[in-house]
Design a protein around this ligand. Structure first.
Ligand SMILES: Nc1ncnc2c1ncn2[C@@H]1O[C@H](COP(=O)(O)OP(=O)(O)OP(=O)(O)O)[C@@H](O)[C@H]1O
Ligand SMILES: [Mg+2]
Length: 296
């Protein structure tokens, strides 16, 4: 399965053109060295064409609604959302505040259930699952990254990353090994024992990404992962996402308000008032690892 890509590869720092573990300050270079994204750009210009026919859908929602009752008032947070996300997609979800982005991410991430509609995650019908079943499939197939990192602050990176493995009943030695590998993968092999509060914002978000990767999920979901970061550090995180996507084939979906961040994705889905109003492949998405696309 696609999720085994991580296991099948020798753990090593992915090549992010300058993001190394000994110095995690962003030193993305501007020398134009490609990390393979340029060739992907042309491959995925066909996103809504022939290539989709042979790509495997990992998320399929049909007619998803989410209604909240507030006293006598009914609030429609989502009003019939149909989306299909394919294996290897790198998708930005954009829309105004209150448009339903987080509600959609929570449903896609099995943190919440839709009021109506159907949802297939990696081929499995999830809309009728009970809470325990949802927790199980969530742990198995999805890695989350949050805007505020959600790390245990006085806890070493390696233990923060190991948290999802504890829930998955993975033994201690295996937990340490896999957590170390995940941290090496995001370029933090030399920060294993730093506590979260001893790391920069960008490094903390990398720990959070390692925590999302450690269970070898099919999909990474991130709700405004660069929202609390300056633009240079945001580019660093985008470089990491692009590299995980290009080199490891990971499916990555994230919410952003920032059009510059979205311009680094293969596809942009727009939402307004709980409905999808746009879904476009990015013809020439930018390479965040080049470092010249985020100059102020
Ligand atoms: N638990 C809840 N109870 C009631 N209403 C809710 C709840 N969660 C969200 N809503 C409402 O649903 C709508 C969509 O909220 P959502 O959090 O999905 O927006 P968003 O697009 O993520 O916004 P933002 O960009 O500000 O994060 C909003 O009007 C919000 O007030
Ligand atoms: Mg939100």
């Amino acid at each position: 399965m696609f999720g085994n890509l991580l296991k099948s590869k020798k753990p090593q720092a992915i090549e992010t053109n300058g993001l190394s573990d000994d110095d995690m300050e962003p030193h993305v270079n501007g020398n134009g060295v490609s990390n393979g994204l340029a060739s992907n750009a042309s491959r995925f210009t066909m996103n809504n064409g022939v290539s989709e026919l042979i790509r495997k859908p990992v998320i399929e929602t049909k007619g998803i609604t989410k209604t909240y009752k507030m006293g006598d008032e009914v609030l429609n947070a989502l009003s019939g959302v149909d989306i299909t996300i394919y294996q290897g997609d790198l998708v930005a979800i954009m829309g105004p505040s209150g448009s339903g982005k987080s509600t959609l991410m929570n449903i896609v991430g099995c943190l919440d259930k839709p009021t109506s509609g159907t949802y297939k995650l990696d081929g499995v019908d999830v809309e009728k699952m009970n809470d325990d079943q949802l927790a199980g499939i969530r742990n198995q197939k999805i890695g989350f990254v949050f805007q505020s990192f959600n790390l245990l602050r006085r806890t070493p990176s390696i233990e923060n990353v190991a948290q999802p493995l504890i829930y998955a009943n993975v033994g201690g030695r295996e937990r340490s090994k896999r957590s170390r590998e995940a941290l090496e993968m995001v370029g933090l092999g030399k920060r294993l024992h730093h506590h979260a509060n001893e790391l920069s914002g960008g490094q903390q978000q990398r720990v959070a990404i390692a925590r999302a990767l450690v269970t070898d999920p099919a999909i990474i979901l991130a709700d405004e992962p660069t929202g609390n970061l300056d633009s240079k550090t945001g580019a660093e995180i985008m470089c990491l996402f692009q590299t995980l996507n290009a080199q490891r084939g990971m499916t990555i979906i994230f919410v952003t308000h920032d059009p510059r961040i979205a311009s680094h994705c293969k596809r942009v889905i727009r939402i307004a008032d709980g409905r999808i109003i746009g879904d476009d492949a990015t013809v020439d998405f930018l390479d965040a690892c080049r470092g010249d696309t985020f100059r102020e």
